[in-house]
Design a binder for this molecule. Structure first.
Ligand SMILES: [Zn+2]
Length: 212
């Protein structure tokens, strides 16, 4: 599985495109594109690489990870896949934006398909496995690609840091538990691609992350 990262919007969010080299199928994870220019950057990447968008996945439904969901859903005819436990956050999106002084723009894309822990998404012959990591938000998910040895952790786990838990539905103890139980148990050499900031490895976070 190949992976490319984009930095989108003012916060900025890591948006990832995962694709299979043979089938040219791809998944867009956390479509945080806010500006028209960012939508164009994403669309150009898809067309330049002759990819077919098969999935639109969300690690969680905080506004900064969702700005481009409606754009991607409409342009590529895919439905948003996310956890039902985060669905309430969609209605809070205009308020969330306001709290950060960001003009709310576009429309709120509803969830088209719920994701549960253990669900898999297939690109070519390769599997993306959903892992529940609640705490930063109730429905936070990680996406693990075992064959390629990487995991997308959203805002649960960052390089030497963890997600904040002061947003609606956040729970610090639950987050720590999720990370220990469902992320730190992955192989040490697993590369971690977080929702913000640079990548890291599970083994490094297991031994050096001061919050764990
Ligand atoms: Zn978040």
């Amino acid at each position: 599985m190949k992976i490319t990262r984009f930095y989108f919007n003012m916060l900025p969010v890591n948006c990832y495109v995962l694709w299979n080299d043979n089938s040219r199928e791809c998944a867009i994870v956390d479509a945080g594109c806010y500006y028209t220019k960012e939508e164009e950057t994403l669309a150009r990447f898809i067309s330049d690489n002759q990819l077919t968008v098969k999935y639109l996945l969300a690690t969680h439904l905080h506004f900064d990870h969702c700005f481009g969901n409606a754009f991607v859903a409409q342009k590529y005819g895919v439905s948003l896949c996310a956890s039902q436990a985060d669905e309430f956050l969609l209605q809070l999106m205009p308020q969330q934006c306001q709290a950060f002084g960001i003009p709310f723009k576009g429309k709120i894309e509803p969830i088209g398909q719920y994701i549960d822990h253990g669900d898999t998404f297939v690109l070519g012959q390769e599997e993306i496995r959903a892992i529940a990591v609640p705490g930063h938000s109730p429905g936070s998910l990680a996406f693990y690609v075992p064959e390629s040895g990487f995991v997308l952790t959203g805002d649960a786990l960052f390089q030497l840091s963890i997600g904040r838990t002061d947003f609606p539905g956040g729970n610090h103890r639950q987050l720590i538990e999720s990370i220990h139980k469902n992320l730190l148990t992955l192989p040490s050499e697993t590369v971690v691609y977080p929702g913000h900031g640079p990548e890291t490895e599970i083994g490094i976070e297991r031994t050096e992350n001061p919050f764990l």
